[in-house]
Write a protein that binds this ligand. Structure first.
Ligand code: SF4
Ligand code: SF4
Length: 166
């Protein structure tokens, strides 16, 4: 098995247990005013060393939410009507959001490339959100994403180590 696949198979469990062991520190980090800056720096450092093409765990295990604008753009690219695209790939979830019918995402190629990369949903472009503003507001989401995304887990570990070494 490829190394990253081995790591991914235990990521959820490792991340949950790490978060449980450091709950108090993480609550404090989630409230720090420098959190956005720390996340953005960590994001740049980690993604300069790793490629999403070696991973694709987000595309394999959780799909994005689709906006109407996403559906219009992607269906046009695929020569489908809005309704045809929806019926073929999407459903409404319990929150009434438009999500994929199945994961792994049907647009994920075997080499981990996205078959609709230039047209992909906004949520895919923005994932895992660690380089956006107002990280305090989305910190709970970031903790959840650390169970899916190895980069987010590493970013959190780096932030914690940096805070401790001050
Ligand atoms: S965003 Fe995270 S989970 Fe998705 S492919 Fe990149 S490293 Fe993997
Ligand atoms: S649309 Fe592309 S980037 Fe988004 S989940 Fe599917 S394969 Fe991944």
């Amino acid at each position: 098995m490829h190394k990253i696949t081995e790591e991914l198979s235990t990521l959820k469990q490792r991340s949950r247990s790490w978060q449980k062991n450091h709950r108090k520190d993480l609550v404090r980090i989630g409230q720090m005013k420098e959190l956005t800056e720390m996340c953005q720096t960590g994001h740049q450092q980690i993604f300069s060393k790793m490629s999403c093409l070696d991973c694709a765990n987000c595309c394999k295990t959780t799909g994005p939410l689709f906006t109407s604008r996403d559906i219009s753009r992607i269906s046009k690219h695929l020569n489908l009507s809005y309704q045809q695209f929806f019926e073929k790939y999407l459903k409404r979830d319990e929150d009434d959001d438009m999500v994929l019918q199945t994961v792994p995402c049907p647009f994920l190629a075997e080499n981990n490339e996205c078959k609709i990369y230039d047209h992909r949903p906004k949520a895919c472009r923005e994932y895992p959100h660690t380089d956006t503003f107002n990280q305090n507001k989305i910190f709970q989401l970031t903790l959840k994403n650390a169970e899916i995304c190895p980069a987010v887990f590493q970013i959190l570990q780096t932030i914690k180590a940096n805070v401790e070494s001050r």
